[in-house]
Design a binder for this molecule. Structure first.
Ligand SMILES: Cc1cc2nc3c(=O)[nH]c(=O)nc-3n(C[C@H](O)[C@H](O)[C@H](O)COP(=O)(O)OP(=O)(O)OC[C@H]3O[C@@H](n4cnc5c(N)ncnc54)[C@H](O)[C@@H]3O)c2cc1C
Length: 383
């Protein structure tokens, strides 16, 4: 396991997974080592994104990961329903793991699983291997993307969910995802159900909360998924897979930096604090890393990228503060209901964190969403 590489990537999750794949396409001669503590790369997720967020270069290495794609999606709130026409796509952990394993099975490259990085420095990583042996991996560039639970922010709400992939007895009849069905009972904060039609007889159904707390009662969420499915007349033959997520949605977080080792991924600030998603940011960083020679990575291009994201992040953190601090849990859905009345291109730019000054004004100006509580806004913040 010891050795010299051009890139040492710590954590084989979404961000480093995309970086490794982009490097294999744009710098096929680069020596890339990936260190993952889990038994396989990619974890257990279904990652969705707006297909319009990717440029042509990124499509080359992301398209082979896509397991489903739809021409648009729906949202539903108590007083507002809408059909959006932005193409939406989905990548599975399984597909990412397969492509990554294949791509790193090349001379000069390595993928070590069951290997825990114990120290991460600018030019080396100390690794405890599955057999207990300690090794040192040296590299021109070290990229640390150890995920949302590595360096959690201090002031945050939570997006938590439990999703089940269901095989049904008969076709469900959906032709596109339901990104938010918030017509369900509002419990434990803003609650909605997320439905992805993965095949005519397969659905991923997630019971999701924007909550003040991070606890999940898995049995209760499973029961709510079952009730939602039964209400729609869908008969379940098998639960084929289950995933859970507990993602911090902070209103304070450090902006990303462009210094070595590169702190990438969620823990490095490259995420969307309002949605907990990070696919567009991961694609952007991966594209930049792969297009820049290793020795020149920590230059003005990366500084500009970090500054641009830091600016967007700052605005999104303020939105989170309003959502979690100004609106009592049961009324939070009004904020999203109002948001989904905005123009569709703005909604896409919001998810991609590419908001213009005009977009920001449109989000903030005008009559505030129903449910705003000055009392809630003025209550002291518990550290
Ligand atoms: C179930 C689920 C569904 C989601 N759906 C979406 C979605 O649809 N769209 C979207 O954009 N986002 C989605 N998200 C959020 C998204 O997964 C995160 O934003 C993203 O995974 C963050 O990427 P990352 O690379 O920073 O961390 P991760 O993907 O969590 O990867 C971190 C990796 O580092 C490894 N690691 C940690 N510590 C060490 C160590 N010491 N040594 C070696 N390895 C280590 C971990 O095992 C892990 O594999 C979802 C999250 C979950 C949980």
């Amino acid at each position: 396991m010891n050795g010299d590489f051009d890139y040492a990537l710590v954590g084989a999750g979404l961000h480093n997974g995309l970086i490794a794949l982009a490097l294999r396409v744009h710098q096929p001669g680069a020596r890339v080592a990936v260190v993952e503590r889990g038994p396989r790369p990619g974890g257990n997720h279904t990652w969705c994104f707006h297909a319009g967020d990717l440029d042509d270069a990124a499509r080359a290495w992301i398209d082979p990961l896509v397991v489903a794609r739809w021409p648009g999606y729906d949202v539903a709130f108590p007083a507002h329903r809408r059909r959006l026409d932005a193409v939406y796509a989905c990548v599975s952990s399984e597909r990412l793991a397969a492509r990554l394993t294949e791509a790193l099975d090349a001379p000069g490259c390595a993928l070590w699983t069951g290997a825990v990085a114990t120290e991460v420095a600018a030019d080396r990583v100390t690794v405890r291997a599955a057999d207990g042996g300690v090794h040192e991996v040296r590299a021109t560039v070290v990229i640390d993307a150890r995920g949302p639970d590595h360096g959690a922010p201090t002031a945050c709400g939570w997006q938590k969910f439990l999703g089940q992939e269901l095989r049904l007895a008969a076709p469900h009849g959906l032709d596109r995802p339901v990104l938010m069905d918030a017509t369900v009972d509002q419990l434990d904060g803003f609650r909605f159900v997320y439905v992805l039609p993965l095949a005519p007889d397969r659905l991923l159904v997630e019971d999701t909360y924007f909550s003040d707390g991070s606890m999940i009662d898995a049995a209760a969420l499973r029961a709510r998924v079952a009730a939602y499915v039964a209400d729609r007349g869908w008969s379940v033959v098998a639960v084929e897979r289950e995933e859970t997520g507990i993602l911090p949605l902070p209103w304070r977080a450090a902006a990303p930096t462009a210094t070595a080792p590169l702190r990438a991924g969620y823990a490095g600030g490259w995420f969307h604090p309002v949605t907990g998603y990070s696919f567009p940011m991961a694609a952007r960083v991966a594209g930049h890393v792969a297009a820049t020679p290793a020795a020149a990575l920590f230059g003005p291009g990366l500084t500009r990228l970090a500054a641009a994201h830091g600016d967007q992040l700052g605005f999104a953190l303020r939105l989170n503060k309003m959502l979690f601090r100004w609106f009592p849990p049961a009324r939070r859905y009004h904020v999203l209901e109002r948001f989904y009345r905005l123009p569709e291109p703005l909604i896409r730019r919001f998810y991609a964190l590419e908001l213009t000054a005009l977009d920001r004004a449109r989000i903030l100006v005008g009559r505030p969403p129903r449910g705003l509580s000055l009392r809630a806004a003025l209550r002291p913040e518990v550290p």
